[in-house]
Write a protein of this length. Structure first.
Length: 199
């Protein structure tokens, strides 16, 4: 980050304001990761039962789950999971969007029928990793996908940042990913008049 300021003191004030502003954001990201761990399950293509959701413009998927009372878990499909399914099934995402976003339910019913047909006939034995958070399926991945728990990763990052003397100053959370940025709380003047803070 290049800071063209008149004095090093002004650069320090700007850096302190940046850190103070973002510290709460970074803290919220850490809290989110610690309190919202996704659940991973494995299921075969033949086990999926797609259905149109009568109450919304989405479709749902049901699949076996030993932890559920009736042995099945029913979840809505997040856009990210639906996009990953489109790649797996070779159904164009534009076609999927067109069916899902129709005003009447026939489009979602046809989309559910198409997904059921493809998974039961072309991909019945393939196993998939289903990553969900709450009632929503957010990730649809290969069963060979390397599953990582975000909590120890965040803790290791925080430890390394602290060891280097850096400060977490910003971050963001979206449904499929999180990010945290850290900054060294120092201002450098490599050329007189050009003050630099590094992140």
């Amino acid at each position: 980050m290049l800071l063209t300021m008149e004095s090093k003191t002004a650069a320090h004030h700007k850096l302190e304001a940046l850190i103070a502003k973002g510290r709460a954001t970074a803290s919220n990201v850490v809290d989110h990761v610690m309190n919202n761990q996704p659940n991973d399950r494995l299921a075969r293509g033949v086990d999926f039962e797609f259905q149109a959701d009568a109450d919304s413009t989405t479709i749902k998927v049901a699949y076996p789950d030993t932890g559920s009372a009736d042995g099945k878990l029913v979840q809505t499909l997040h856009r990210n999971a639906l996009t990953q399914m489109a790649h797996t099934t070779d159904l164009p995402i534009k076609f999927i969007d067109g069916l899902q976003n129709t005003a009447s339910p026939w489009g979602r019913e046809l989309l559910a029928h198409n997904l059921n047909t493809v998974f039961r006939n072309r991909l019945p034995k393939n196993r998939y990793l289903l990553r969900s958070l709450g009632p929503e399926l957010r990730g649809f991945l290969s069963d060979r996908y390397s599953r990582l728990d975000s909590r120890p990763i965040i803790e290791a990052f925080a430890t390394a940042v602290q060891r280097k003397g850096a400060l977490a100053y910003d971050g963001y959370v979206t449904d499929p990913k999180v990010a945290i940025q850290a900054i060294m709380p120092e201002v450098y003047e490599p050329i007189p008049g050009e003050l630099v803070a590094t992140d």
